[in-house]
Design a binder for this molecule. Structure first.
Ligand SMILES: C[S@@+](CC[C@H](N)C(=O)[O-])C[C@H]1O[C@@H](n2cnc3c(N)ncnc32)[C@H](O)[C@@H]1O
Length: 209
């Protein structure tokens, strides 16, 4: 599967190799029930849904959790929520943000991007610590964890997810290599509690529950 950008921003923008690696893992495990924590503008979500749709012919479930808005809750940016939506291409910024006044982070906008998958997609607006317990995690096959990046948030999200996911299910975490975030510490603490932790590359780490 080719990773596409849909005229939006994604954290994979400058790292297509990692984006492709994530899609390859999805093609390998063929999860029917997928959870993304940290949807942002929905670019990875759309690529994941396209991949799942190809594998399962619309017989899949994608759940995405995000605030779906900008929040300056963490000034050192570990939670990845400060203003992201100024598109670097001035033409796209003018068209989408100023002329169309399309808030690309909003729930409405992301719903629009994922509309073609109908009821296969469910988007939950709010903080992961509130939304994760509402998800039937026992049925989830594959998680892409890319929400808040502070140690406290990643650790808490992983605690909720690993306590419910069935054995041998997959969690892939982004930004394991970014020392200023808390992903590495939170993931490394799981070493004795999960089956395997495998570095897919510097950035992506796979946890086999
Ligand atoms: C790095 S971006 C996600 C990028 C996206 N996965 C992609 O590949 O394009 C992080 C997102 O996580 C969301 N986020 C941060 N902390 C969160 C939390 N505690 N609960 C829910 N969403 C959160 C932010 O609003 C932001 O949209």
């Amino acid at each position: 599967m080719k990773f596409k950008f849909y005229f939006r921003k994604t954290s994979f923008k400058k790292d297509l190799d990692s984006a492709r690696l994530l899609l390859l893992e999805i093609e390998k495990y063929k999860p029917a029930n997928f959870l993304e924590v940290g949807v942002y503008q929905g670019v990875t979500s759309r690529n994941v849904c396209e991949t799942l749709n190809k594998i399962h012919k619309n017989n899949f479930k994608f759940i995405g959790i995000d605030f779906f808005e900008d929040r300056n809750i963490d000034l050192d940016n570990k939670e990845m929520t400060v203003k992201h939506n100024k598109l670097s291409n001035p033409f796209k910024h003018l068209l989408f943000n100023l002329i169309l006044k399309k808030d690309l982070n909003s729930l409405k906008s992301v719903k629009g991007l994922l509309k073609k998958f109908g009821k296969s997609v469910e988007l939950l607006k709010g903080s992961s610590d509130i939304q994760l317990p509402k998800v039937d995690l026992q049925n989830i096959d594959f998680v892409f964890l890319d929400g808040g990046h502070s140690y406290e948030t990643v650790s808490n999200d992983l605690k909720i997810i690993t306590s419910k996911l069935k054995k041998n299910k997959i969690i892939i975490c982004d930004d394991y290599d970014q020392v200023e975030y808390g992903v590495k510490r939170a993931v490394d603490e799981l070493k004795e509690k999960v089956s395997e932790i495998i570095n897919l590359n510097d950035r992506l780490v796979k946890i086999v529950v």
